[in-house]
Design a protein around this ligand. Sequence first.
Ligand code: NDP
Ligand code: MG
Length: 396
Amino acid sequence: MKKPQQITVLGATGSVGLSTLDVVARHPDLYQVFALSGFSRLKELLALCVRHAPQFAVVPEIGLARTLQDDLVAAGLDTRVLVGEAGLCEVAAHPQVDMVMAAIVGAAGLRPTLAAVEAGKKVLLANKEALVMSGALFMQAVRRSGAVLLPIDSEHNAIFQCLPVDYARGLGPVGVRRILLTASGGPFRETPIADLMGVSPEQACAHPNWSMGRKISVDSASMMNKGLELIEACWLFDARPDQVEVVIHPQSVIHSMVDYVDGSVLAQLGNPDMRTPIAHALAWPQRIDSGVAPLDLFKIARLDFQAPDEQRFPCLRLARQAAEAGNSAPAVLNAANEVAVAAFLERRIRYPEIASIIEEVLNLEPVISVAELDAVFEIDSKARTLAKQWLVRSGR
Ligand code: NDP
Ligand code: MG
């Protein structure tokens, strides 16, 4: 019998992390948890360690590490606790690891995800912000190391499933006309635009179809999530921004489509549950049970489609602009968005101001070419400073 594959789950305490562990636990003969990381939810991390008995756990700082280590010893576990970004990179690149689930949210996930890529691991990529910030460098590292990169974002996983195996030759040679990226439209798809000024973080996080972390939930409400996904799709599938069309599909049953030159459109369908793309990527090219209920088409009964309205969703327009400008623009967009979303979640700004902040920062920052990772972090930090200056200037 084959030995179980060793998996590191970065961001184990989050929504994607927990879904990953749910699928992994269904297949103890196939997968064994090697390392888990958490950031603020450390009680949950302890419980996950008790459940999965990993060799390593990673936390952000030394005081928390000591507490967790004591609790693990008391629980009779020999899990070793590592600290900070260095600890994350160590468990991502460890020689005993076969695959890494990259499910930390935001820019914080970039270095550990790249460490897994550079070590040539099978990388299950949920952390879209990493690719948005440093797409060119990231994809170069994938090609150099021979890492196997599998998309977890449900749309990209769907596109991957609808493309032929040799799509790396480019979309033209395999007969793809365009990629149709579906979007639910989020909780504010039909809210009168004038009312958006008064919406709360709770309303923004109440996604109609998906249960997700708070940052991506706000991104879904503003459709910045779709904008980030557009950029993600361009890197993953070597597409130009004008080859990716966004289609609002409120039922979230079709997870995306590929339109071929002969008029065929291939789609991947399923219940909106991240365990499907996770199970697909874990087992690829095989298939395993994910625990997701079969799709009941009679219950769904109808599928609707709509064009997105950029007046309602200015973040989508800004993301497309950044995708077209390329170079440093997506990193600036991402950094400004992270600051603006955090400020909205802390009730320091109103929902429409998320787009105002991003637009101002994009206008202030010149687009420059990016040749190395340090430059990416410099751009990220400058954009964050500009976004924070907006907050200070506006008395927030
Ligand atoms: P969550 O907020 O639920 O989880 C984020 C994870 O990252 C948690 O484990 C959190 O730890 C950890 N974390 C947060 N900040 C830091 C930091 N500074 N350093 C290290 N670890 C940190 O997010 P989701 O699971 O929803 O999303 C994770 C990623 O996957 C995002 O990039 C998102 O865009 C992407 N994604 C998510 C989907 C979903 O359905 N949720 C779908 C497609 C993509 P703790 O909880 O302990 O604080
Ligand atoms: Mg998605």
